[in-house]
Design a protein around this ligand. Structure first.
Ligand code: NAD
Ligand code: DAU
Length: 349
């Protein structure tokens, strides 16, 4: 029996990782630790919450004494660390929240892993989930490789870069067994509608403006979330210790193009006239310090671990739209309450 701690398992990517591990590894005990911030939602895990190898723990990774007790009590063999503040716009209005969770929270986990594993690192692994944003912003050409120098540009990416540095420093200084992956933009079911695609799906459905920052010519490299979860599984089981793996979709899109495609898909599904939803597109003030382009060179994980995306983008986007249209209750639930205040401040403030 392996005891595995997954942090942030009630969030967007986390719930897909938890589900994959709970279903694929019945002989593991999976502990999902999540503070249930605005971004964490146990409704995401309804289908597996009764599984005998799944356990939920509500708690905050910034609480040092609590994390230490948890490691002492459960003697985890592995950690997959996803818990984070993850939205760039929120990091611009409240950077300190990102320092606390993303840096202090990560260091707390590293300290407890180090303390409780110190007698024996055999079979142990601290797997830190990071982002391509730590590499900064690309011009018209080139790709982020594992060897690209860090150049974070937003408070969010600076906090993630810092946490990555701490993870590597613990490997170097204390020989903690670690692995890191840096992934591009994820899309798919259960993403909180503050992020571009679910926000636009929600607004198209409700005939509300689709806010496009600047000219809409920033480029992101999109990957279906379940393909990210598959990559995490590969790296957790077969990745080399102390290595970094970039994960990406080989799938670059300008923001405006992706939103137009989404409008066209939704026009069909909602029985609207061709082009109707595109009229909702509204250009708004650009994000401060907006990174121009992200693009991942994912050849290392493909060649060394045999991973590649399983879905074509249009297929993934259709599946995503279907999920949101079939899960209106979920969307209504997460957009009630605090979401309205956030939306007001971000887009109408
Ligand atoms: P998310 O915001 O949807 O979920 C984050 C989860 O962490 C939530 O369940 C939240 O409740 C939990 N959490 C936040 N603060 C916590 C704390 N102090 N203690 C315990 N739990 C806490 O984020 P996501 O999009 O699922 O991203 C997960 C991870 O993947 C993050 O580390 C992020 O940096 C990284 N990542 C995200 C993407 C992406 O496109 N979304 C891409 C690459 C990497
Ligand atoms: O690249 C990986 C990163 O992708 C992750 O590390 C982050 O956690 C995740 O949030 C995501 O960051 P982005 O800033 O790229 O994602 P977001 O969905 O916020 O924005 C995608 C693009 O769309 C970006 O260029 C900004 C733009 N945008 C976003 C919003 C919310 C708009 O034009 N309008 C919007 O309303």
């Amino acid at each position: 029996m392996r005891k595995l701690l997954i942090t942030g398992g009630a969030g967007f990517i986390g719930n897909h990782v938890v589900r994959l591990f709970v279903n694929q590894y019945p002989d593991y005990s999976i502990f999902n630790l999540d503070a249930l911030t605005y971004a964490g939602n146990l409704e995401n895990l309804k289908d597996i919450e009764q599984a005998s190898n799944y356990h939920f723990i509500k708690g905050d990774i910034t609480n040092e004494a609590f994390i230490d007790r948890l490691f002492g009590e459960h003697q985890f063999d592995g950690v997959i660390h996803l818990a984070a503040e993850s939205h760039v716009d929120r990091s611009i209005s409240d950077p300190l929240a990102f320092v606390k969770t993303n840096i202090l929270g990560t260091v707390n986990l590293l300290n407890s892993a180090r303390k409780h594993w110190s007698n024996n690192y055999d079979g142990k692994l601290f797997y830190h989930i990071s982002t391509d944003e730590v590499y900064g912003s690309l011009g018209d050409s080139g790709f982020f490789k594992e060897t690209t120098s860090y150049d974070p540009q937003s408070p969010y990416s600076a906090s993630k870069a810092s946490s990555d540095h701490f993870v590597r420093a613990y490997a170097n200084t204390y020989k903690l067994p670690v692995v890191i992956s840096n992934c591009s933009n994820n899309y798919g079911p259960n993403q909180f509608p503050e992020k571009l695609l679910p926000l636009c799906i929600h607004n198209i459905r409700n005939n509300k403006p689709l806010p496009i920052y600047g000219k809409g010519d920033n480029i992101r490299d999109w990957l279906y979330v379940i393909d990210h979860a598959r990559a995490i599984d590969k790296i957790f089981h077969h990745g080399k210790r102390e290595e970094t793996y970039n994960i990406g979709g080989f799938n670059e899109w300008k923001n405006l193009d992706i939103v137009e495609l989404l409008c066209d898909i939704m026009d069909k599904k909602l029985g609207r006239q061709v082009g109707q939803s595109r009229t909702l597109i509204t250009f708004v003030k650009d994000r401060a310090g907006h990174d121009k382009r992200y693009a991942i060179d994912a050849s290392k994980i493909k060649e060394e671990l045999g991973w590649e995306p399983s879905l074509q983008f249009e297929e993934g986007l259709e599946k995503t739209v279907d999920w949101y249209l079939n899960n209106q209750k979920w969307l209504d639930h997460v957009t009630s309450g605090d979401y309205q205040n956030y939306y007001q401040k971000q887009y109408q403030g």
